[in-house]
Design a protein around this ligand. Structure first.
Ligand code: MN
Ligand code: MN
Length: 265
């Protein structure tokens, strides 16, 4: 089993700032530095530089919103059909819906562990049903997800609360956060990690900074305590344009390593 990194240089479904389009290239550039200032061994001791554990599958060709969704679904599907575990590097959060479509077509209903400051449960936003703020509404509506667990939420408003109630979404909000939280999943799991789940002190390079968030350690702890078979993941909403002092790029490298560790379990 191998983890395949798949870049999605696309941010045209963002509702505010642009910039995550540049994230896959920025993460690859950081990778070149990180293998010198750090190494490719995960905290659990897996050396990701060993043959057959991790490869770069390149970027999805992106165009219009619709073309991009189709291309994401096709490329994720090809990786899954080859027996690989996709790890998508966004890009804005709109990529999760087409990725989950591909995973659902092969695995059936999924459990999703979603880290985010925002529930991304708007029915639509600014007239766009496929906005990054609607990815989980579309996924629930299409029956792709059985159990959605959201961690780090701190901006839930009325329209999103209504969708959460309608679909029985489980939320571990920041108001209720306790360190040591652990989750066990019965179905195949997809992990969707929006960088803005982290406190902007740890990850300023995002488009929608929301103070009062998780630490890098908190996120890694949840990943390390997770029970279940993780079949794919995405790391989204990294915005190199707002990444002052390049604080967030090493966080991306670190989280990619720890996500890969979970995907290889
Ligand atoms: Mn967010
Ligand atoms: Mn999000």
């Amino acid at each position: 089993m191998q983890v395949a990194l798949l870049g999605v240089p696309y941010d045209n479904s963002s509702s505010y700032r642009r910039g995550p389009e540049k994230a896959p290239a920025a993460i690859r550039a950081e990778w070149e530095r990180a293998v010198q200032y750090s190494n490719l061994t995960t905290e659990s001791g897996i050396d990701l530089s060993a043959p057959g554990l991790l490869r770069d599958a390149g970027d999805v060709p992106c165009g219009t919103a619709g073309e991009t969704r189709t291309a994401i679904e096709e490329h994720v599907g090809q990786l899954l059909d080859a027996g690989e575990r996709p790890l998508l590097l966004g890009g804005d959060h709109s990529l999760t819906y087409p990725a989950l479509r591909a995973a659902h077509a092969r695995h059936g209903q999924l459990d999703v562990l979603h880290f985010d400051a925002h529930p991304d449960l708007y029915p639509q936003l600014d007239g766009d049903k496929y906005s990054h703020a609607c990815a989980f509404t579309r996924s629930l509506e299409a029956g792709l997800i059985d159990r959605l667990v959201q961690v780090g939420i701190r901006t839930s408003n009325r329209p999103q609360r209504e969708i959460a109630e309608q679909y029985g979404v489980e939320q571990l909000t920041m108001a209720n956060w306790t360190s040591g939280s652990a989750f066990f999943f019965e179905r195949p799991v997809w992990i969707s990690l929006d960088l803005d789940a982290l406190d902007p002190a740890f990850a300023p390079g995002v488009s929608h900074p929301e103070p009062g968030g998780l630490s890098v350690r908190d996120v890694i702890g949840v990943l390390q305590r997770l029970g279940g078979e993780v079949i794919g993941a995405d790391l989204v909403e990294y915005n190199p344009e707002t990444d002052i002092q390049a604080v967030t790029a090493p966080v991306c490298f670190k989280l990619i390593k720890e996500l890969a560790a979970v995907l290889l379990q």
